[in-house]
Design a binder for this molecule. Structure first.
Ligand code: NAI
Length: 253
């Protein structure tokens, strides 16, 4: 059902081949947006493109490592050249990173997480701002933070630092680019059942994490995508510079 009214808008979603990004692609397409999904390999993108064909809007994909600023700039230009403009960008690509305490975290592991989860969001947001300013149409940028953009989590210092950085980046950029008609917000999911979690945690750890949410379960990707679609839409016209948890009550204690 098209409840967000995104017809005529073009949406870029990074990390669009899996988990929350894939769910965002579905929800935004169902709401009428043309979709560009970016991810690391074409095979994974092709599977999601095939699913999206049902919605009958224009589709685009790009193989992009979001930690490479030149690749991000070039992919954003390709979206503009192919689909005409960019109205919505969901800077979602991210990794969990190594699990180790701060005293033992290696330089390589630190830089990898910061490079994708913080630098990658900055590069994506910057390219989106430039495209939106150039079109003169304004736009909405949604940066994927986490509940760990607000509180800490043992053994995930780089991830926690990156997500706090995403929230700060969002707040500063919202003030800078309101004048351009660009709204910029951050979303803070609780623990969501996606390949990212499955890769890093066993079933016992997932069951424990479920108990840390008031709703006593993990979230589903489509539940995050609903908030993203609202923020992307004109219904959220007074929303900017804000961190929106969507967390089953994780932060409510
Ligand atoms: P996922 O692993 O299912 O999907 C992430 C996608 O990003 C993958 O398709 C992956 O290939 C892509 N990706 C990774 N590095 C990339 C890079 N350098 N350039 C381009 N694409 C890249 O993970 P999930 O869970 O859907 O995560 C999406 C976002 O949501 C991440 O930013 C994550 O930190 C955030 N998040 C996830 C939560 C969870 O519990 N699953 C909770 C809170 C936030």
């Amino acid at each position: 059902m098209n409840i967000y009214g995104l017809g005529g808008k073009v949406a870029v979603i990074t990390g669009g081949a899996s988990g929350i990004g894939r769910a965002c692609a579905h929800t935004l397409a169902r709401s009428g947006a043309d979709i560009s999904i970016w991810d690391l390999d074409q095979g994974a993108l092709d599977l999601v493109l095939k699913e999206l064909e049902d919605y009958d809007y224009r589709l685009h994909s790009a193989v992009v490592d979001v930690s490479d600023s030149a690749a991000v700039d070039s992919a954003m230009q390709d979206v503009v050249d192919t689909l005409g403009h960019v109205d919505i960008t969901v800077a979602n690509a991210g990794i969990g990173g190594a699990a180790a305490s701060s005293g033992d975290y290696s330089d390589d592991d630190w830089h990898r997480v910061i490079g994708i989860n913080l630098d990658g969001v900055f590069y994506t947001q910057r390219a989106a701002i430039r495209a939106m300013r150039q079109s003169g149409r304004g736009g909405s940028i949604v940066n994927m933070a986490s509940v760990l953009g607000d509180v800490g989590f043992a053994s995930a210092s780089a991830y926690t630092a990156a997500k706090h950085g995403v929230v700060g980046l969002t707040q500063a950029a919202a003030w800078e680019h309101a004048v351009d008609g660009i709204r910029i917000n951050a979303v803070g999911p609780g623990f969501i059942r996606t390949p990212l979690l499955a890769k890093n945690l066993d079933e016992a750890a997932l069951a424990f994490l479920a108990t840390q949410h008031a709703l006593q379960r993990l979230g589903e990707p489509h539940e995050v995508a609903e908030l993203v679609a609202w923020l992307a839409s004109d219904a959220a016209s007074f929303a900017t510079g804000t961190f929106y948890p969507i967390d089953g009550g994780y932060l409510a204690r």
